[in-house]
Design a protein around this ligand. Structure first.
Ligand code: ZN
Length: 283
């Protein structure tokens, strides 16, 4: 299944994209795609609703904003340096175990919304990432249990202000958490839509120039490992998002570094899931 949420910020309503590309409003049947939906077998109910022809669902036509495909999660957890080429361009060794950090959930953003440069910031950067959407509560689960706890996958950009991330005292969280720094979408696809989450091309472009061109098979720590690993340290809830790291090619790694400026257009995509894009604006 391909899940979407449509509507203005804060008023998004659930919808589905059918195999023929039609988009059907699901809001008459389902409140929202959120923790409660996933906890109460919402995906199974949605599947049955689609199989019975989406009774009561109205086809969406015309212009509408596409929001993030799942309601604001309890957590956005990111894996740092999960591709060897990115770890190197970051000036780091390949880590012996996953580096994890969090992004404020207030950074959460729609897939085509503008991204704001914080006042005075000069080192805004992009990172295309495969996002995992959790489907079940996961507390100290094994790798073998990981897949059954995943609801689906989406495209994520881990926007980062490198000075805030690296030069300001403390953790990376400052450089990762500004409003609009966490766009997700356009779809959240269930695992049956993808052959293998570790065999997807992912890429990013800035103003049409290809910057990142990676493959999820190159992750140092694969999805199952990462989900199990994070669940040893914190309980993952349905709807939580795990951003699994970015391949090489970010602006910081270029010589000289090339950071984003107001007016730039950032496009990001993952094979089999979709494409998202954001215009960079001054705040
Ligand atoms: Zn990242």
């Amino acid at each position: 299944m391909k899940l979407m949420r449509l509507g203005e910020i804060g008023y998004e309503e659930p919808a589905v994209m059918l195999d023929d590309g039609r988009i059907i409003d699901a809001s008459t049947e389902f409140g929202d795609y959120n923790e409660a939906f996933l906890s109460c077998s919402g995906l199974e109910a949605l599947q049955s609703w689609i199989e019975s022809g989406c009774p009561g669902g109205i086809e969406k036509k015309g212009d509408y904003r596409i929001g993030a495909p799942i309601a604001r999660p309890s957590k956005i957890i990111c894996v740092g340096q999960n591709y060897a080429d990115h770890a190197r361009e970051f000036g780091a060794e390949v880590p012996p175990e996953p580096v994890i950090f969090m992004k404020a959930t207030t950074a959460y953003n729609g897939p085509f919304d503008q991204v704001e440069i914080p006042p005075g910031a000069t080192k805004l950067d992009y990172e295309v990432e495969l996002a995992v959407v959790m489907g079940m509560t996961a507390k100290r689960i094994s790798q073998a249990e990981a897949r059954s706890h995943i609801a689906g996958y989406s495209v994520f950009c881990d926007y980062s202000e490198r000075d805030y991330q690296k030069q300001r005292a403390g953790q990376w969280v400052k450089g990762k958490s500004s409003d609009t720094f966490a766009p997700l979408g356009p779809l959240f696809v269930t695992p049956d839509e993808l052959n293998d989450p570790q065999s997807l091309r992912l890429w990013s472009k800035v103003n049409g120039e290809l910057r990142q061109n990676g493959w999820t098979g190159d992750m140092l720590f694969h999805v199952d490992y990462v989900v199990s690993y994070i669940s040893q340290f914190m309980t993952l809830l349905p709807g939580d998002i795990i951003a699994t790291g970015t391949p090489g090619g970010v602006g910081m790694g270029m010589n000289p570094p090339k950071f984003l400026e107001a007016g730039d257009l950032v496009e990001l995509g993952i094979e089999g899931i979709g494409e998202i894009k954001q215009r960079i604006v001054a705040s």
